[in-house]
Design a protein. Structure first.
Length: 624
């Protein structure tokens, strides 16, 4: 796990690069060393967090034996031992690293080596002979990768802050489409980034660059065209649970390979408990687990986690906090989330990573189970809306208008029913601001597309016959998972130099789950049905069978108390809001209503404030 940065450039642009600023931006991602490779027209930089083969021999940038290829690599190839066995031709290995394995896999198979990789990765490989750069990102988007192209230069980095640090002269104008989708969804979907000159390489995509030919991007993996296997409707439940156990168990074993201490984030829920239980199965000593607890029962899961840890015989660490203690992490949030970011579960993510870093460098988590196996309540909503969309449109829209007039949850359902498609309705149910148009300048709304339109475009490429709930899961896998949840985990953990590994994000699990009929995911009142049955094999049902909680913070109260002055000061900046094409009067009216307790507008207000704070922080950096 590391941070990478680099550029291919024409000779006249060489003096514009600032590797030191890029290195500073990646410092937390790679505290164990910095390496550079530079020749005329190429620069590669690597900030190292040493996990596999911690010796100096495994440092990066790393060159192939013949000197043709040079790589910088962020992530882990979990099946690198198996790949080594296939590559072993008697030639000596210089290291025990997965980086060298990846280099030799490229030499043997070229671009086809990507299909053999199980892992999380973003890497750049420079072909010195062809003067060609290849970038590749893992299938589900666990590891981030940003890039930009300007006249005579192409640059990339793990984080946008490192990218703009490397090229300080690049334009930092805001991408108007990114602002629109951020305010609707709470994140910026790839390939967009906040700055108009910057792009994100999408999950499961690769990019090739040559100065003469420019950028060529192509997809090398997707779930979109996978259909549901109707024959599995008749499968025996125990057989399916056996198959799932084999996949998850292998994934956990792969992710336990480490030359440094490792543990697990444990909430006490289905996913993290299953991961911890399978870790304990394969460990020769008690595993280490980490939990953040709160003095407010509304947010606290620490007792559930403690019971699971006790059942597993884990060496359990818990840090009890007041929810307001998370406010102390605001400077870390501002520094490391170097794009506007809505998801305030980032604060407990940072807190549990800070706790884990006191004793381990690697921690496994339970992310991915909800998207693969139907864990969120949104998928139930999607199912209901899917049924409604079978009705004649006038009847459905009329019912939607009637429900909208009732307000509250009925009103939200009514608005969803009035959407033109199930994908658009899912986008509405998933949005963090239900009426973003009320705070957007009319020009921005007119010149950009909505998140609903983006969802509809993607859903049009799905395998025919997917039900509305399955469409919702695929849309979350394509958008919400990589650009919200996985960014939260990646940035929040790396802020404290922790490598977070996610066994349930193994792509073979997602491919297997994609073929499952819905009844194996959502049944009665049980979400993640099949995954639950597997978890119950390893942890007593009474410890797990409870409503889903997830990380939370009291943002509504924070904005009235601990963040009130901070928020008021940001909202005083009329010019900043106008530059971002917001309507200052509308936003301030929401602020006054929230402060008076007349309305719970914290989701809208936090999204706006996080956007303004990001703009303010970047302006200060540029003046420094």
């Amino acid at each position: 796990m590391c941070g990478i940065v680099g550029a291919v450039f024409a000779p006249q642009r060489a003096g514009e690069l600032n590797p030191q600023r890029a290195r500073s931006a990646l410092a937390a991602r790679g505290p164990d060393g910095w390496g550079e490779f530079a020749e005329p027209g190429i620069f590669l930089g690597h900030a190292r967090l040493a996990i596999i083969d911690v010796s100096a021999r495994a440092a990066q940038p790393m060159a192939s034996d013949d000197g043709r290829y040079v790589i910088v690599f962020n992530g882990e190839i979990y099946n690198f031992h198996e790949i080594r066995a296939l590559l072993d031709d008697g030639a000596p290995w210089r290291t025990q690293s997965d980086t060298e394995t990846l280099l030799r896999a490229w030499q043997r198979w070229g671009i086809d080596c990507l299909q053999r990789l199980h892992g999380m990765f973003a890497f750049a490989l420079w072909d010195r002979q062809a003067s060609r750069l290849l970038l590749a990102r893992d299938r589900l988007g666990v590891k981030p990768l940003y890039y930009l192209q300007a006249a005579g230069v192409f640059a990339f980095a793990s984080r946008p802050g490192a990218l703009t640090g490397l090229l300080p002269g690049v334009s930092l104008s805001a991408d108007r489409q990114a602002i629109r989708t951020y305010l609707e969804a709470g994140y910026i979907p790839a390939p967009r980034a906040f700055h108009s000159e910057v792009r994100k390489l999408e999950p499961g995509h690769r990019l090739e660059f040559e100065l003469q030919r420019g950028v060529q991007v192509s997809r090398w993996w997707t779930l979109d065209d996978l259909g549901v296997d109707a024959s599995l409707e008749r499968a025996h439940e125990s057989d399916l649970v056996d198959q799932l156990e084999g996949l998850v168990d292998r994934s956990v074993r792969w992710r336990m390979v480490s030359d440094v201490a490792l543990g697990a984030f444990l909430s006490g829920g289905i996913d993290s408990s299953l991961v911890a239980a399978l870790m304990a199965r394969h460990s020769t000593q008690p595993i280490r687990t980490f939990t953040i607890g709160f003095d407010d029962a509304q947010f606290d899961e620490s007792d559930h986690a403690r019971q699971v840890a006790q059942h597993l015989g884990a060496q359990h660490s818990v840090e009890m906090l007041r929810a307001d203690d998370l406010l102390s992490l605001m400077p870390e949030f501002t520094r490391h989330y170097d794009e506007p970011f809505f998801d305030y579960a980032a604060f407990p993510m940072m807190a549990v990573s800070r706790l884990a870093r006191r004793s381990v460098q690697v921690s496994l988590s339970g992310d991915g189970g909800d998207e693969a196996f139907g864990g969120y309540h949104y998928y139930r909503i999607a199912s209901a809306i899917g049924v409604a969309h079978r009705l004649p449109a006038p009847l459905r829209v009329g019912a939607g208008r009637l429900l909208s007039s009732l307000g509250g949850r009925w009103g939200l359902l009514g608005h969803a029913l009035r959407q033109p498609s199930t994908a658009a309705a899912f986008a509405f149910s998933r949005s963090v601001i239900k009426d973003a148009a009320a705070i957007l300048a009319p020009s921005l709304a007119a010149d950009t597309i909505s998140m609903a339109e983006l969802f509809e475009q993607r859903a049009n490429g799905f395998s025919p016959g997917l039900c509305a709930a399955e469409q919702g899961m695929r849309l979350d896998i394509a958008f919400t998972l990589p650009d919200d949840y996985l960014q939260k985990v990646d940035v929040g953990s790396m802020a404290f130099s922790i490598e977070a590994r996610d066994p349930l994000l193994e792509h073979s699990i997602f491919e297997w789950a994609a073929r499952l009929p819905l009844k194996w995911k959502i049944r009665g009142r049980a979400n993640k049905y099949l995954l639950r049955q597997l978890a119950f094999r390893h942890v007593p049902r009474e410890l797990l069978d409870r409503p889903k909680m997830g990380f939370g913070v009291p943002m509504a109260r924070w904005l009235r108390e601990g963040l009130r002055d901070w928020g008021a000061q940001l909202l005083d900046d009329t010019g900043a809001m106008q530059d971002l094409e917001l309507q200052p009067d509308a936003v301030r009216a929401l602020w006054r209503e929230h402060q008076a307790g007349h309305r719970e507008a914290h989701t809208t207000l936090w999204a706006v404030l996080a956007l303004l704070q990001f703009r303010h922080a970047r302006a200060l950096e540029n003046r420094a």
